[in-house]
Design a binder for this molecule. Structure first.
Ligand code: NG6
Ligand code: CA
Length: 507
């Protein structure tokens, strides 16, 4: 409250006083979180990619801190986003796995989130792009006001892809409403049974411009069959090719509208999730087909944000964080030539596995932090996780929070600012199994799931024996030390159990 009053009086002073000296607004920086989807550690130039140019992401890295041991909380999207916004590992809560497109909001209104916390600190808060945390409180009518949603958990503004690009409903939601909906053509959505008589990919493959490789054979929207059935809302349906332009314009607009007060923008990109249908101007710009071209498009989106910050004179005092919600996947369900054209590109860089995997590739993601006013450019190998955004940004903005509702977040701000080389001591990595990182050690408990996801061709990291790796000597997790270093493995097993059972009780 104090901070907010202070800001308002500061603003009044500044408005009365005329010119806005940069320093006067600099007590707390603006915060822009650029959150890529399914972008792997090795997918951008500053992390080693050579078959796609990412000049804007590379610029961020050159001007900021680049992290080599940074993690998404989970190896898939919904649980990562849940942990990012709540400061609680998603695996502590049921119902936080990959959500269907008509799921209810899984973060209960009233609960402190990253957004409520920053709003309490005087920030204007907005989320633009992929949401995938559910909307409404069950059985949502997409034709009426859509709530609860981001606006009930701390955001002042939202412009959303409700779930994923490959799930219905294929429409944007701005604040409480589907954008451009014609009330005479109401939307109906189902993930159980077909609705209406619109063609599906399963029955009418001849209508498809991009064919599924697994799943993704239900209602056809814009020539692409999706997960789930939908009818109606024809005028409101998105055009995949324009999606990056549409959401980037909304993100840039949010920045332009909120220059006077500090703002927090959560810009949640669709790229490089499937279906990969970049705008024609990116088509063929890389030798890797749509997956590579989607990386080029993602880089463009990033560049537009950096340009907007430059244009408005905000770059110096804006904390830009660039990272990804889980590791990479090549074939995630559409025949988009990603496998055929991959060449020697390594989406997960030196790490084994990728999206869905217990191996490092599941959660070890690019992570760059730029804040010219405060951060000296550099590289850090501190162990950090997106679940730590909560405590770290609380520290930055001088907010307190309850360990009861945000039990897993740690303040790694000194590492983010490059003032310390130390991050967390340990981290739980979450795929189907929970694994533990402790320093450079990685322990994966015995797990009986399949070794390989045959659809995506991902090594899942399941083994009926436990696994122990020394990542310093063996970043690729190939030499299992569980027998040779059994005491180390047992210590880690016990610590993992202890962290697991320390579940904070929901109020
Ligand atoms: C899977 C989908 C995959 C992707 C993923 C969610 C199939 C066969 N696969 O179930 O294509 O949508 O869910 O990805 O349907 S995430 O990045 O949002 O977690
Ligand atoms: Ca994802």
């Amino acid at each position: 409250m104090f901070v907010r009053c202070f800001r308002i009086s500061l603003l009044v002073l500044l408005v009365v006083g005329g010119a806005l000296p940069q320093v006067a607004l600099s007590a707390t920086p603006n915060i822009v979180l650029i959150y890529a989807d399914d972008l792997g550690y090795g997918d951008v130039g500053c992390y080693g990619a050579t078959r796609v140019a990412t000049p804007h992401v590379d610029r961020l890295a050159r001007e900021g801190m680049r992290f080599t041991d940074a993690h998404s909380p989970s190896a898939t999207c919904t649980p990562s986003r849940y942990a990012l916004l709540t400061g609680e590992y998603a695996w502590r809560r049921k119902g936080t796995g990959i959500l269907p497109g008509n799921a209810a909001l899984i973060i209960e209104p009233g609960r402190p989130t990253l957004a409520t916390m920053l709003r309490d600190a005087g920030y204007r808060t907005g989320v633009v792009g992929k949401w995938h945390l559910g909307l409404g409180d069950g059985d949502l009518d997409w034709n009426g006001p859509i709530r609860p949603g981001p606006l009930e958990i701390g955001f002042d503004y939202c412009y959303l892809i409700p779930a994923t690009g490959d799930r219905v409903p294929c429409v944007y939601v701005e604040n409480y409403h589907v954008v451009g909906l014609d009330p005479r053509d109401p939307i109906e959505v189902s993930f159980r049974k077909p609705v209406g008589d619109e063609p599906t990919g399963k029955e009418h493959p001849e209508l498809l411009s991009m064919h599924p490789s697994h799943g993704h054979n239900q209602t056809i929207i814009n020539g692409i069959s999706r997960i789930g059935y939908m009818r109606g809302g024809k005028a409101a349906r998105w055009v995949d090719e324009d999606m990056a332009d549409v959401i980037t314009e909304k993100a840039v607009g949010f920045i332009a509208r909120h220059q006077a007060l500090p703002f927090f923008l959560f810009f949640s990109l669709h790229d490089i999730h499937v279906p990969r249908v970049p705008h024609p101007r990116f088509r063929g710009t890389t030798p890797m087909g749509p997956r590579g071209d989607a990386i080029a498009q993602l880089d463009w989106c990033t560049g537009e944000i950096l340009d907007a910050l430059d244009r408005h004179g905000l770059a110096e005092n804006t904390l830009v964080i660039f990272t990804s919600d889980n590791g990479p996947v090549v074939d995630d369900g559409y025949q988009d030539e990603a496998v055929e054209k991959l060449g020697d590109h390594q989406p997960a860089g030196p790490w084994r596995g990728g999206k869905y995997s217990n191996f490092e590739g599941g959660t070890r993601v690019p992570w760059i932090v730029r804040w010219p006013k405060r951060i000296q450019p550099g590289i850090s190998d501190a162990l950090i996780c997106q679940v730590d955004m909560f405590a770290s940004l609380a520290a930055l903005t001088d907010q307190s929070f309850s360990a009861k509702t945000a039990p897993d977040t740690e303040n790694v701000l000194p590492a983010l600012l490059g003032e310390s080389s130390k991050g967390r001591e340990h981290l739980v990595e979450h795929a189907r199994t929970l694994s533990l990182r402790h320093g450079h050690w990685k322990y994966i408990p015995p797990s009986s799931g399949p070794k390989l996801n045959r659809n995506t061709n991902t090594e899942l990291g399941n083994d009926e024996r436990g696994q122990l790796y020394n990542l310093n000597h063996d970043p690729g997790e190939t030499t299992n030390l569980v027998d040779r270093r059994s005491e180390q493995a047992e210590r880690m097993r016990d610590l993992l159990r202890k962290i697991e059972s320390a579940s904070a009780e929901p109020e």
